[in-house]
Design a binder for this molecule. Structure first.
Ligand code: 5GP
Length: 180
């Protein structure tokens, strides 16, 4: 558990905007996979993308399966460790499958790059990425993002699945947090 203190700051993305944007992005994803010969594997990156994945999944019309993966790229503080560790892998056989990674946020890009490489190695036929938030200013490596909902400035954020020391995931808005 984090020992630092923190203060919730302003709302960067409110719940209504998230709802509306997910409808738009889901329509684009539906169009991209229309006519696919098998269900798309929606791969939720735990725990941060849990709530986004649940809301996105319910806006999609294409056939999907859902699986989850747990990776660790952040310690208890707010800095990226740079190294990504697989904590719990998928249970679905991904050979020949279309996989859509669902991320909460792409920051440095280390996690997304790690996942994309990993899924290709597992034999996925296609690997695409949708993220709720894109913090472009901190990108340390190139990652291709197929869909993003919102670009945000270089602030540490919580809410709508994102935590600080496991707190705040249940906030309905995405809010900045000042970590002291
Ligand atoms: P990356 O590997 O792109 O640097 O980081 C991806 C992961 O770092 C995200 O899945 C998320 O868990 C965490 N992360 C990056 N920025 C933030 C942030 O502003 N707030 C929170 N709560 N987590 C973040």
């Amino acid at each position: 558990m984090s020992t630092s203190t923190s203060a919730l700051g302003e709302t960067l993305v409110d719940a209504g905007s998230i709802r509306a944007r997910i409808v738009e992005v889901a329509a684009e994803i539906d169009a991209r996979y229309a006519g696919a010969d098998q269900p798309v594997v929606l791969l939720c990156v735990l725990k941060g993308a849990l709530i986004f994945s649940a809301d996105l999944a319910r806006q999609l019309s294409i056939p999907i399966e859902i699986d989850c993966i747990t990776v660790r790229s952040y310690g208890p503080d707010t800095r990226s460790a740079g190294e990504v560790e697989l904590v719990k892998g998928v249970t679905t056989e991904l050979q020949g499958r279309d996989v859509l990674i669902v991320e909460d946020i792409v920051d440095t890009g280390h996690t997304a790059a790690f996942l994309q490489r990993n899924l290709v190695e597992l034999g996925a036929r296609s690997v695409r990425l949708v993220t709720l938030l894109d913090k472009t200013s901190r990108r340390a490596r190139h990652v291709h993002i197929d869909w993003h909902c919102f670009r945000i400035p270089d602030r540490f954020v919580v809410g709508y699945g994102l935590d600080h020391g496991e707190r705040y995931r249940n906030l309905v808005d995405v809010r900045a947090i000042d970590v002291v």
